[in-house]
Design a protein around this ligand. Sequence first.
Ligand code: FMN
Length: 182
Amino acid sequence: MKVLGLSGSLRAGSHNSRLLRAAAELLPPGVELVEFDGLKAIPPFDEDDEAAGHHAVDALRAAIDSADAVLIATPEYNHSLPGQLKNALDWISRPLSESPLRNKPAAVVGASTGLFGAVWAQAEGRKVLGALGARVIDRELPVGLADDAFDGDGLADADQALALGGILAELVGAEREVALAA
Ligand SMILES: Cc1cc2nc3c(=O)[nH]c(=O)nc-3n(C[C@H](O)[C@H](O)[C@H](O)COP(=O)(O)O)c2cc1C
């Protein structure tokens, strides 16, 4: 089974990319996490460009198609999703009947340098994923004070690591339900 990790941050030292690496360490045997690295290449969404499409958008669609589940780790920008992440989700939302996220298990976690751990961005992320037809895991993982939240490749706080493991277990379980129903 493959989980696609999508970091909402473009910067090299991103705490959210680190959160994806922490998730990779907690996945059950037989499940791998592959990180999508093409977010920055996605152009601004313009309905006039929809018919022509764009190779970077095709790459995101293909990455989601080839994954069994999606895990987004997102920062919070001004109490919401980072624009580039929302922009990418807008691109792949149309036509809705062909959204690669349709019926795909998906979860959202997040880290921020503030106290609240990107909770509002995570809520927005779940809302948008729901609009795209994903099977959204109704849980959040607010990793606040992110400058001090990581220890090597993992979360420093054992309770947070446990909570992340619980979200991943639910994500993997949802994928197995989808597979059984197919
Ligand atoms: C434009 C901008 C807006 C931000 N707004 C928020 C915010 O609303 N809430 C918050 O907790 N942190 C906010 N931050 C701080 C981010 O949590 C912090 O930059 C974080 O490290 C970004 O995630 P990253 O490390 O994955 O890049 C903001 C940062 C930027 C650059």
